[in-house]
Write a protein of this length. Structure first.
Length: 29
């Protein structure tokens, strides 16, 4: 089991720029 971390980013699908929390494990989203 690798290291997991949560990264804060934004969604760019529209002009809203909603916040998204992404889980990254071993460099993979």
């Amino acid at each position: 089991m690798g290291e997991k971390k949560i990264v804060e980013t934004t969604c760019k699908s529209c002009h809203g720029g909603c916040g998204v929390l992404v889980t990254v494990e071993d460099g993979v989203i």
